[in-house]
Design a binder for this molecule. Structure first.
Ligand code: ADP
Length: 151
């Protein structure tokens, strides 16, 4: 069983994440979307909302599970017996940041990080830009899956 986790904050899920997830499941038998819980961080959407946006977006895809986790991502991988971490790359900034994390994770464990390049046309999308558009009353609906809606 090739099981991977796709960790992130997903505050909220965007079309960029959606694209990486749909392409990622073709590589693995199971993909666990793991929403990291960091007590120090302030989120726009609650954990319940973030979970619901993702679960509803992928409700017809049996290979995808949605969970929340605390602590080190590699510890969570061991707990659920996942040997791979999936991450998306948008730009050189992502690459530098992700490279350091992937090297650290390899130093601490056997877990491999698999990177997918963002699809063209989606590299500009980030959760922080979506949050900014929402905060300022803009139309965010072209940047996120249909399941992401502000109440
Ligand atoms: P984190 O706080 O861990 O960066 P995010 O929810 O922002 O969590 O991102 C989770 C993953 O999704 C990261 O690997 C990030 O690079 C990737 N990602 C986010 N937006 C995009 C996008 N537009 N295209 C490709 N990958 C993306």
């Amino acid at each position: 069983m090739r099981r991977a986790i796709f960790p992130g904050s997903f505050d909220p899920l965007t079309l960029g994440h959606h694209d990486i997830i749909l392409r990622g499941i073709t590589l693995f038998d199971e993909l666990i979307i793991a929403i990291g819980v960091n007590a120090e961080k302030k989120y726009m959407f609650s954990l319940e909302e973030r979970t619901r946006f993702i679960s509803e977006a992928f409700k017809d895809e049996p290979k995808i599970k949605v969970v929340t986790y605390k602590g080190l991502t590699i510890d969570f991988c061991k707990e659920v017996e996942a040997h791979f971490i999936l991450r998306g790359l948008r730009n050189p900034g992502d690459f530098e940041f992700e490279k350091a994390i992937a090297h650290t994770n390899r130093e601490l464990s056997e877990i491999e990080t698999v990177f997918l390049l963002t699809s063209s046309g989606k590299s500009f999308i980030s959760s922080s830009i979506v949050r900014d558009v929402i905060r300022n009353g803009g139309d965010y609906t072209g940047l996120v899956p249909k399941t992401v809606r502000v109440q």
